[in-house]
Design a protein around this ligand. Structure first.
Ligand SMILES: Cc1cc2nc3c(=O)[nH]c(=O)nc-3n(C[C@H](O)[C@H](O)[C@H](O)COP(=O)(O)O)c2cc1C
Length: 244
């Protein structure tokens, strides 16, 4: 059953699209409805890093799917691709992306065009929205959110979440950072956002990319105040060596 509250998830054009998909999966599996927005460059990076949209997301489909920013028509193919990528990269043994499970997952998220500023999540009156995560967050989106540009749905939704004093978790990905990036992060932090850079720890001895992605996903869920056991927590040396 879907929980009372929903979350906004923005996937922007920084490297690490897999982190965004992992958070989508985790939110759905914790029974939260997700308002998903992927920026144009976010789609490009997804396509590049995860070999997605082969033969599905050509320009013609893109036009069909966005329908001038109105998400009400079918974006079935793009949602299916997203679920397939989750299955291939994160849950090969699960039935995500199969015909049998498609509806149960697809009903748990809506894919909103970044141009769709008329969306309900562009307003503070959307009371079911509990918070928002930007995963991964490009330096471009970071800058535009920090400056309150609100030129697309990602920037506007983040602006609304901050003004409504809800939880905004921003997960920047760049290396190294210049002073512009750092100032923008400080500015957003000062405005109440949580800055959670995609910097995994290695104390839980990850063996696979999945382990690393799970670690970051668990930390993001923690920051959204969602109880989870997605990753192995550090228990201190006592716990580690003396536990029964
Ligand atoms: C393959 C690829 C990887 C990229 N990785 C990063 C990155 O890690 N961090 C970043 O800030 N920008 C990265 N970029 C550049 C952004 O995609 C670009 O600045 C874009 O305008 C961001 O737009 P958005 O914030 O609307 O998604 C990458 C671009 C490509 C094509």
């Amino acid at each position: 059953m879907t929980k009372k509250y929903s979350y906004i998830l923005a996937i922007t054009g920084a490297s690490g699209a897999i982190y965004g998909l992992s958070l989508l999966k985790a939110l759905i599996e914790h029974s939260y409805f997700v308002h998903l927005i992927v920026s144009e460059p976010g789609f490009t990076v997804m396509k590049d890093e995860l070999d997605m949209f082969k033969g599905v997301y050509n320009n013609e489909d893109k036009a069909k799917n966005s329908n001038n920013g109105n998400p009400s028509i079918s974006n079935f193919n793009v949602k299916q691709e997203i679920l397939n990528a989750i299955k291939l990269n994160l849950s090969p043994d699960s039935n995500i992306g199969t015909d049998a499970a498609f509806n149960s997952y697809t009903d748990m998220f809506e894919l909103l065009d970044e141009k769709f500023l008329e969306s309900k999540i562009a307003s503070g009156s959307a009371k079911d929205v509990k918070g928002m995560a930007v995963v991964p967050c490009s330096m471009g989106s970071l800058a535009r959110i920090a400056c309150g540009i609100s030129g697309n749905l990602i920037e506007r939704a983040a602006d609304v979440v901050l003004k409504e004093k809800k939880r905004l978790v921003v997960c920047p990905r760049e290396t190294p950072f210049n002073d512009i990036h750092l100032k923008n992060m400080l500015s957003l932090y000062s405005s109440g956002a949580i800055i959670l850079p995609l910097i995994p720890g290695f104390y839980n001895k990850p063996k696979t990319v999945r382990d690393i992605v799970d670690f970051m996903t668990g930390r993001i869920l923690d920051s959204l105040s969602i109880e989870n056991d997605v990753y192995e927590r550090w228990r201190g040396y006592k716990g580690k060596y003396n536990e029964k």
